[in-house]
Design a protein around this ligand. Structure first.
Ligand SMILES: [Zn+2]
Length: 76
């Protein structure tokens, strides 16, 4: 099973983009981000500091594509 977790990504102050979506990140990366307040990287390559709670955001399509690909190629 793949260690992934869906995390929200809201617009950052320095990232004026109202295209708010939830990215999928590896669980270990998310944990590290929450603990250390470091940037984490989503499956699609987007990097941000997770500091918002999930809020019914649409999930990043790129992340979903990559996630599904990983599921297919990872399932033995
Ligand atoms: Zn994404």
């Amino acid at each position: 099973m793949t260690d992934t977790l869906v995390e929200p990504r809201l617009s950052d102050p320095d990232y004026h983009d109202d295209n708010e979506v939830a990215h999928i990140v590896r669980k270990e990366a998310a944990n590290a981000g929450y603990i250390g307040q470091q940037m984490i990287e989503a499956l699609c390559g987007f990097k941000w500091i997770p500091n918002k709670n999930p809020d019914n955001l649409p999930i990043c399509r790129k992340c979903v594509e990559i996630f599904e690909f990983m599921q297919r190629s990872g399932s033995n």
